[in-house]
Design a binder for this molecule. Structure first.
Ligand code: FNR
Length: 383
């Protein structure tokens, strides 16, 4: 059966992956209300088409920090992509490069940042930073600069891990202790098991023991899986990072307009409005509902991006209409990756491209520069 949309890919990923992997990718915090809110609020953004405009040639490209993106979307940083498919980070980064869109590598990647950068050399590479402790973070930032990453994304919505009960029930932790249920789960997915066995050992490749002399590797790896972060990170500590990283610095996970202003005062060059795909606080507003307030607070001083719940071309335009410069895609790409590797990722990116073009033509948009403030959005509460 052809896979035409996110739900098709999600169903294919559910079939392909052992339950503990599918749950890790798919699940959210607590009751999953925030995850659902991301979708519900996007669905409520109504776009009124304008007609009889020349849409014979559509321009989907945008410019960000002096680089041309072929589409107004990129691939969000996600940890443990190698569990969905062998060398998942490389597969995603190569597809992003081929489509002319950025790929953000997670601190919790399975590819080592230097290797990844070399393998998809022509792409637009951003590095996401988790601060578990400052010394470790400094090492990562220096390595990212040396390897040629173009922007640094500090994720600020993980002072502690969200409560993901599906992961807890599945016993998903380091060191991993295989239970009978786990072995049964894996045995029911022999193709996944075979691929993984051939790919070899999986680890958080950016945080091996040589990267943190004196630390023991197992506890470093476990800390990253449980997202045991430096809880004392504050606005004041941001100047430390600002001094270390010379390129564009973005904060990911900002939802409040006052935080947006403060971020810019502290030297951030851009913001990603995000609730981590509903994986952190279940009480958070949806990213799309938080976006207009942040955009107003920023007042054009820096680009504002968003992620969370983007599943169709229309969703991309919805976010742009509410002031986002571009969006990031999360789970849809992992569903594609888990179902069919590079072919799946390629198909999902192509579907987004095709849907974007269709949406633009149907809305009467020749290019994306005119989208914000174009009066596309009906609801005065939102725009
Ligand atoms: C994430 N996300 C994430 N964010 C981040 O800053 N660092 C990380 O390591 C991860 N890891 C991660 C793993 C998985 C499996 C998922 C699904 C998500 C959050 C991600 O960058 C993004 O904010 C959301 O995925 C966007 O929501 P959607 O598109 O998945 O609904």
């Amino acid at each position: 059966m052809p896979r035409l949309n996110n739900e098709d890919w999600r169903a294919a990923a559910r079939a392909a992956l052992p339950r503990f992997v599918f749950d890790y990718v798919d699940a959210a915090a607590d009751e999953g209300l925030c995850l659902q809110r991301n979708r519900d609020d996007l669905d409520r953004v109504i776009l009124t088409p304008r007609v009889l405009r020349d849409v014979s040639r559509l321009e989907t490209g945008i410019e960000v920090f002096g680089r041309r993106w072929a589409q107004p979307f990129g691939i969000a940083p996600m940890g443990l992509n190698g569990l969905s498919w062998p060398r998942g980070d490389e597969v995603l980064a190569r597809a992003a490069a081929a489509h002319g869109v950025p790929f953000a590598l997670s601190t919790a990647s399975n590819a080592r940042l230097e290797d990844l950068r070399a393998q998809a050399a022509s792409g637009i590479h951003w590095m996401q930073l988790y601060v578990m402790h400052r010394g470790l973070a400094e090492g990562l930032v220096e390595r990212a600069a040396r390897a040629g990453y173009e922007a640094l994304v500090l994720t600020v919505d993980v002072p502690v891990s969200g409560n993901r009960e599906r992961d807890v029930r599945n016993g998903f932790r380091v060191p991993f202790k295989p239970t009978a249920r786990f072995l049964f789960d894996v045995a029911r997915h022999p193709r996944w098991a075979w691929r993984m066995a051939r790919a070899g050992r999986l680890d958080f490749a950016n945080l091996r023991v040589e990267d943190a002399p004196g630390a023991d590797s197992a506890s470093l790896q476990a800390a990253l899986l449980t997202r045991a972060m430096d809880r004392s990170l504050t606005w004041e500590s941001l100047s430390w990072l600002r001094r270390l990283w010379k390129g564009p610095l973005l904060l990911k996970g900002v939802l409040h307009p006052d935080d947006a202003r403060r971020a810019l005062d502290c030297g951030a060059d851009g913001l990603i409005v995000s609730n981590h795909g509903g994986r952190q606080s279940d009480a958070s507003p949806s990213a799309i509902a938080a976006l207009p307030g942040v955009v107003r607070a920023v007042g054009g001083r820096a680009p504002v991006f968003m992620d969370g719940g983007i599943r169709r071309g229309n969703d991309v335009i919805r976010a742009l209409a509410l002031g986002a410069r571009a969006v990031f895609l999360g789970r849809p790409l992992l569903y594609g990756l888990a179902s069919a590797g590079a072919t799946g990722v390629e198909a999902v990116l192509s579907q987004f491209e095709a849907e974007m073009q269709r949406s633009m033509a149907l809305l009467g948009l020749e290019n994306l520069d005119d989208v914000p403030g174009s009066g596309l959005v009906n609801d005065p509460d939102l725009s």
